[in-house]
Design a protein around this ligand. Sequence first.
Ligand code: AMP
Length: 545
Amino acid sequence: MLTGRMMSFPLTITELVERAGRFHGSSAIVSVQSDRSRHRGTYGDLAARSAQLASALTKLGVGPGDRVATLSWNHRQHLECYVAVPAMGAVVHTLNLRLHPSELGYIASHAEDTVVVVDHSLWPLFDRFRHAIGSLRHVVVVPDKGEPVPEGTLDYEKMLAAEASTFAWPLLDENAAAMLCYTSGTTGNPKGVLYSHRSIVLHAMAAAMPNAMGLGVEDVVLPVVPMFHASAWGMPYAALLAGAKLVFPGPHLDPASLVTLMAEERVTVAGGVPTIWLGILALLDAAPEAHDLSSVRTMIIGGSAAPASLIDGFAKRHGLQVTHAWGMTETNPLGTVARVKPELRGEPARELAVRATQGFAVPFVQTRHVDDQGKLLPWDGKAVGELEVRGPWVAASYFGDEGLDRFSPDGWFKTGDVVTIDAAGYVTITDRAKDVIKSGGEWISSVALENVLMAHPAVAEAAVFAARHPKWDERPVAAIVWRPGKSATDEELTAHLAGSFAKMSLPDAFVVMDQIPRTSTGKFLKTKLREQYGDILEKAVSTGL
Ligand code: AMP
């Protein structure tokens, strides 16, 4: 082979932050605080404060590969952790604050977190699982409204103030681990996905491209999608790369707060799950003239399917464009984007149908779909099979080598999404093979609910499945078979579950039956349950029950 004579320059987050500070030092970072006031800083501040954070963490003994966890809303200090921790050679591990303390305890222990950076407002949650983290050495609290931080913890702001604003960033291997994200979108325990510097940088470049989010210096980017979920779709890193203004909503995610923020900060690109946008659409519909969203170029919607009515409603009634995208924690997360190719433009109904697909793969992500036997299926828009992907920002294995069955012998990742692919490469999700429920963008494990339900003395069998919901997309419903001569009320079953699950995970309804349908191999036949009862919550809403 004649080797190319080009430099092998490492693709690292260090370069991202140094570049952001040097070339875009005055680009703004606006961060909504818990009292709703907006902190205004710059990329220059980010570069200086990241250096301070790295110095402070080094003094705390954080070394290469150590996991530094965050339990935080979307804000500037979270961004500093996104940058400083990987750039110093450690790994930032984002903890999902929507999970139950027992799940968080499991995840933080599994990750062997040594330091946790936690928002003061989230201290009560952290307090419920911190004792479960055997590896924990230090807790750093991001202070709120100047209140003193809990005893035995370090004050984030005071810690930074004591440090110099330069740091000798180490030279890193681009394949070194940078960020750890756990996903509950899998059967069994949550699994860790360990992003590398290289995967994050390449992903940010792809995400910033015109065919994806299309980011430049003139953009104002609002990640509504949480930074504790798949790196907020890489939006913060892509914005840094582009030099775009960043706007963080903090804990205020209600439609009115978001719309006000978008209007006042002149947001051009915002990203979030359908539940967020359904709320915003309803608000705009109620008072179309009240909000000036003329700055908005596009709203990226993903995490769950964006309904065609939502895409159409924004376009027709408010002149706002939605970009529908698909991805997974395991894919850093961007995989496909529903850009309408020129040859598909012109006829409104067809164009809308294309926008409502999950889209076609971004460069370097490859897609294919296979049948139950692993046979490749044709791209005819009809053949239905499991989507598999591969590419430079697709996981090659899980942290701790769990879930090996998700990786095909010939190097593809099995997504668990059931799809068709058409001749132009557009992927349409038709079902889900994995036994999980996604509600408002967050996963609920049906298996975990079933296990606890079946421990109730009146329950012989329980199968939890996803029912459609107009606001949350999906909600859990439990099919129950009683033990002979026994029964319980819905309230009793809910109370039984409440000790082990976050409120959002509790089933919305219980359906009692004599027998749960099963597959030939004896597993619960969830497709049948979804077919028969998938609409019971929609019916309940429409009849006002
Ligand atoms: P997560 O790892 O939490 O980001 O979840 C990834 C999963 O969310 C995918 O495997 C899909 O099941 C689902 N998902 C993500 N984006 C979409 C979308 N645009 N349409 C339908 N489902 C989606």
